[in-house]
Write a new protein. Structure first.
Length: 243
């Protein structure tokens, strides 16, 4: 049922209150986006740091593999030198042939190892180049994040100033609300925020689209405080409505 006809409140006041609550919601939303933007930037920086760590680890591993292969190559070359010395002093044809076969096998193994070392060096060159790229990207993300934080802090200061101004405007406007509905107004605002108020659009609640009876519309035209029978919002007529 419509509210008590003795409680009157102007549509212009309700329109003002709704506008202010919308402004407050928008300002709160913009202020809340700041920390989310900073957190998203921190994620990007962390990803860049992770990429740098991954490439550094891969480069260290590639260098270790290359070093091990080069040590193996030197060891086999020394072994070939020793076998060559033994070959020159072989006591029999059988020993000579065995030593010659061993030298040939070691040379073949060294040839394969040399190719592997060249591949490892190519991999190291590629990783060193990639390391420079990811290091540059990390520095870039850090600079972007630094600027982002500065921008968010400046914007937040500006928004908080505007929020304080709009809050003061709300406090002044709320002084015009009839005292007998103030408690309920506070309760509904706390629960629904800006959706606690709604304009009437085509004889329906602009919040939930509940169709309103002629009795509701008529009482609104007489500035009687009316609540939506469905969503419980405080209803008001738009400024364009002829009373």
């Amino acid at each position: 049922m419509p509210s008590d006809p003795k409680i009157e409140i102007s549509a212009s006041l309700l329109r003002t209150l709704h506008r202010i609550h919308r402004q407050l919601a928008d300002l709160d939303g913009q202020i809340a986006r700041g920390p989310r933007q900073i957190a998203a930037g921190e994620t990007l920086v962390a990803e860049a740091e992770g990429n740098l760590t991954t490439v550094k680890t891969a480069l260290q591993k590639a260098n270790l593999v290359s070093d091990e292969k080069q040590l193996q190559l030197k060891s086999r070359e020394a072994q070939i030198d020793q076998l060559q010395t033994k070959l020159n002093t072989a006591a029999s044809n059988r020993e000579f042939n065995l030593l010659k076969e061993q030298i040939a096998a070691d040379k073949q193994a060294n040839s394969v190892l040399s190719d592997e070392i060249l591949e490892a060096m190519d991999e190291i060159d590629g990783l060193e180049s990639k390391l420079k790229d990811v290091a540059a990207e990390l520095e870039n993300q850090k600079n972007i994040q630094k600027n982002r934080i500065s921008e968010v802090e400046a914007k937040t200061t500006e928004l908080q100033s505007e929020l304080a101004r709009v809050t003061t405007e709300l406090e002044q406007s709320e002084k015009q609300i009839p005292s007998e509905v103030m408690v309920e107004y506070r309760r509904v605002i706390a629960a629904k925020g800006e959706e606690a108020l709604a304009p009437v659009e085509d004889e329906s609640c602009g919040g939930c689209y509940q169709v309103l009876t002629t009795q509701y519309i008529d009482r609104l035209r007489m500035s009687v405080l009316i609540r939506c029978p469905n969503c419980n919002a405080f209803l008001y007529l738009p400024e364009s409505t002829r009373v």
